[in-house]
Design a protein around this ligand. Sequence first.
Ligand SMILES: [Zn+2]
Length: 306
Amino acid sequence: MIHSQNNQQLETRPNYPLPPNYPLIDTHTHFDDFVFDEDRMELATSAYDSGVRHLLLIGYYAKYFDRMLQTQQQLTEEAESGVAVPKVYLASGLHPAYISEHTEADLEQLAQFLQTQPNVAVGEIGLDTFTDDLKTEQSVAKQKRFFEAQLDLAVEHQLPVLLHIRKAHAECLALLKKHNYNANKLGGIAHSFSGGEQEAKAFVKLGFKLGVTGQITNTNAKKLRRAIVAAVETYGLQCLVLETDCPDMTPVCCQQGDEPTRNVPGNLGFVLEGLSELLKVDEASLAKQLWQNSCEALRVDWPYPG
Ligand SMILES: [Zn+2]
């Protein structure tokens, strides 16, 4: 989502109960963010201990692609030395909310990065007209141009896309259709889904899974909760995946005080718990289904542990 980098708390062991423990895939993190620099390994270990087996690092600025790579290497070395941590995968892309800063050279760099590094997806990409600055004609035109260029790269590399869409669901659907991006073939996720019932169904119909974050644990998020329930009623549990979007989208039970509390991959179990309560599906079978869904969305074949 949008990263408020200055006011994240560095509290790592807040007082909340342990999440349920099932094998999970965190389909969207910014675990390479500097807010994790001081305790990343400790957090990776506790994420593994609470069930997280795979996690994706998602791109937003070209200048951080190398940081994603270093984080992946750091965690891979840790795993090779015998420490149990989640396996890390890359998905690089240029985030629409930072469109004013992206350049043609960044697109070149993305093309290069996709060429030279194994990426499981292109993301996060899409359209965002949430703020006045993002809503201007100039911003929207540039966002569309970069979105289309990145869809081209995804098709070229036959990779799924991870979509970031805020207040632009119809425009995004139109571009996907115009572009012949076929999520039924390539996979893909509408990350941190925030639209209504109709939009939810439209994305699922196109072959996308809906990314569910800690926001689902917020009982005031009525529109979101209704949209997820409606999508499941029409398309079944197959249409959902889980994500933390850490350091953002902290589940309600983990929030401390009025300041934004840093979200961590180990909180993913709370998202499972919230979804299980909302859908009235037991956690064990939901976790298994979500694992399969994540593999399908990313077109990977990761065996379910245990
Ligand atoms: Zn994100």
